[in-house]
Design a protein around this ligand. Structure first.
Ligand code: AMP
Length: 279
């Protein structure tokens, strides 16, 4: 497994493999790897000759300095996990490799970032688009792998790829959960044992909500928020029921496109997100 730190090194790694006719898949991550990330690596390996995993905690996408400072990292552990998965290459750039000069770009995502994470984390998706577009320019992969756990991010990256007209196929991967239902997340490592136990209520309520579509949308939204807020360890930041194409809130189950319910919940200082497909 190659561990590369510079843009130049990863570019020549890609060039060499492309010249010999191999396909390249990219799995962008911020490290602190878990089974969710590994599922992306496995799918990438299945669909491409060469799998590159990037690990970069992107300062541009953190709207909260403490969140950035406290973000878990353990590069040695991550490299061991990726080696066990027979990953071909890990790209671990220092910040100046990704941002050699300030990146002032402002992306316009239309309706996609007006709700949910976009509304509650100002600038977050602009920062995501900066880093992902750069990674796509550095590593000219045929395919790139993203998780449905970050559903709004997935939608935004798909749109960005379309409007920049990048020749990469964005592949989505289902959310991997712990046995109690909690969506796997690097931030779960920050939970204390009590918070970790109570956090499983989030997915439990989301799954129950799936079977309650006899309620009007607004009522179901209130039901979910109330059930979770009843737990003193959890505080709902938002629960939105949205169109899977526009990510705009829907008012009725009759909505023509698919419908997704997306939630953000705080437990102590840790913010967790999850979602469930309604149709
Ligand atoms: P992160 O390191 O949190 O930026 O995540 C890197 C990639 O892994 C993103 O595309 C995430 O959506 C994806 N991911 C994170 N958690 C999960 C999960 N539990 N299941 C599937 N994919 C995930």
């Amino acid at each position: 497994m190659e561990v590369l730190k510079t843009v130049q090194a990863v570019r020549s790694f890609c060039k060499e493999h492309k010249n010999s006719g191999k396909t390249i898949g990219l799995v962008p991550t911020m490290g602190a790897l878990h089974e969710g990330h590994i599922s992306l690596v496995k799918k990438c390996k299945k669909e491409n000759n060469i799998t590159i995993v990037s690990i970069f905690i992107n300062p541009e996408q953190f709207n909260n300095k403490n969140d950035f400072r406290n973000y878990p990292h353990d590069i040695e552990r991550d490299l061991k996990i990726l080696k066990e998965q027979n990953t071909d290459c890990v790209f671990v750039p220092p910040e100046e490799e990704i941002y050699p000069a300030p990146d002032y770009r402002m992306f316009n995502f239309g309706t996609l970032d007006k709700s949910m994470e976009g509304a509650f984390r100002p600038g977050h998706f602009n920062g995501v688009a900066k880093v992902v577009s750069r990674l796509f320019q550095i590593i000219e992969a045929q395919r790139a792998y993203f998780g449905e756990k970050d559903f709004q991010q997935l939608a935004i990256i798909k749109q960005m790829v379309k409007f920049i007209n990048l020749p990469v196929e964005v592949r989505s991967c289902p959310t991997v959960r712990n046995s109690d239902g909690l969506a796997q997340s690097s931030r779960n490592a920050l939970l204390n044992p009590q918070q970790r136990t109570h956090a499983s209520l989030i997915s439990k309520v989301l799954f129950e909500a799936r079977d309650k579509k006899d309620l009007p949308v607004e009522e179901l939204k209130n039901w979910v928020a109330t059930r979770i807020n009843e737990n003193p360890f959890l505080e709902v930041e938002y629960f939105e029921i949205a169109d899977i194409e526009t990510l705009q809130p829907v008012r009725s189950w009759e909505n023509g496109n698919g419908i997704i319910g997306c939630i953000a919940v705080k437990t102590g200082n840790v913010r967790l997100i999850d979602n469930v497909f309604f149709k």
